[in-house]
Write a protein that binds this ligand. Sequence first.
Ligand code: MG
Ligand code: MG
Length: 280
Amino acid sequence: MFGRKGLDVKTPDQIRRMRLAGLVVGETLELIRGLAGAGMTTGDLDRTAEDFIRSKGATPSFLGYHGFTGSLCVSVNEEVVHGIPGPRILREGDLVSIDCGAIVDGWHGDAAISLIVGGREAGSARDCALMDATLASMWAGITALAVGCRLYEVGAAVEDCIVDAARADGLTYGIVEDYVGHGIGTEMHQDPQVPNYRVRDRGPVVKSGVTVAIEPMVTLGSAETDVLEDDWTVVTQDGSRAAHWEHSVAVTDAGIWVLTALDGGQEQLEALAAAYAPLV
Ligand code: MG
Ligand code: MG
């Protein structure tokens, strides 16, 4: 059903149910974005997120996933993804990526944001530029999606966006290749994988009802990563800082619905002249 070459498709009703999970994820990330401040621990953020997710009648999908102990992944500075929430205290100027997943009635949502503790004015120009370039590359990848396109055009769009941004910003950006986007539905991670870079294969043809998580991870240096001894935390090998943005997206004949964006992606999609297509 989820063959390497094929793409699982969802019915409109199933996509509407995924939207409910996506909204819980989007609301959780909005809450955490407003809360993340200097002096808080990553564990504080995690407890708030778990309580909020449960208050919505949803289940945190990360908690217990292959033994993961958090409801969020909180990855600070040189940590790329999969940071375990705990006693680490956030400091002004930290570049923090927060990844969240929730399940509603068996359907998953998965999204991530990056932020600077203390706000952009507390961040270095380089970190802000990295965060912005990574965000823009996620939207470039999302807007590359359309029925009839080939799935790996997403990665080509992400890569082109990052290459252009690196030139414009006068910085070196590395696109992480060890971790990629993925199909999503009744499981958080479904086939196929969605690379964030150009590959030889063009990938499967995108059909109406495809749902995927698009999630570029970009560094201020090399793209090489290591996993810490906790077996989870992914860090850059060269110690450079990293940013991560993610949305779960549904593609239909009418266009794109960003399931984990509170506005369904309307503002960004319209700004980028892409078809915003909520299922009502
Ligand atoms: Mg995620
Ligand atoms: Mg994901």
